[in-house]
Design a protein around this ligand. Structure first.
Ligand code: SF4
Length: 165
């Protein structure tokens, strides 16, 4: 007896914001979950990829599959093997490790926002500010950019409120 790994729903039926635009909304879910490696599975894989090729949310779907670690099925026009062969999974894992390593330094910068902004306004280099905080240059640079984006968003929100008043 063959044990089938089946996805009961198409990617379009997953609880994500892009699902309503998915090209596989009305497709046969079996296509996206071919079983085995024979000609029939290859045929189904090809058919599913054809549907994906017309899909306006292909990138969102593939990213979602990578981020949620979908180990089977066709997502965003890729099989698990495609995702692995193309180095997508390895890249994502490396990025995650990199983000995890960088997070404590970034958090330290967030907690020192006033200090960083004052030192930066005084003309102190990012490298030196980093040394003073015990973090790397990159963490200070990213934090400053974050502060600037935050300030811009607050200004835009305030301007919107004034216009509405
Ligand atoms: S890319 Fe393919 S699997 Fe993903 S939502 Fe579109 S049609 Fe469905």
């Amino acid at each position: 007896m063959t044990t089938k790994t089946r996805r009961p729903i198409t990617p379009a039926a997953t609880a994500t914001s892009w699902q309503s635009s998915a090209a596989c909304r009305t497709a046969d879910p079996e296509l996206f979950f071919p079983v085995g490696k024979g000609p029939e599975a290859e045929h189904r894989t090809a058919q599913a990829k054809q549907v994906c090729a017309t899909c306006p949310v292909q990138d969102d779907c593939r990213t979602w599959a990578l981020e949620t670690g979908q180990t089977a099925g066709i997502w965003g026009g890729t099989t698990e093997a495609d995702r692995w062969d193309a180095g997508m999974l390895q890249t994502l894992r490396a990025e995650r490790r990199s983000v995890e390593r960088a997070r404590p330094a970034f958090d330290r910068c967030l907690a020192a926002q006033d200090f960083i902004e004052e030192r930066y306004a005084a003309g102190v280099s990012l490298r030196r500010i980093g040394r003073e905080l015990g973090v790397g240059y990159d963490a200070v640079r990213r934090a400053l950019r974050f502060f600037e984006e935050q300030a811009a968003a607050e200004q835009a929100a305030a301007a919107g409120m004034e216009t509405a008043a």
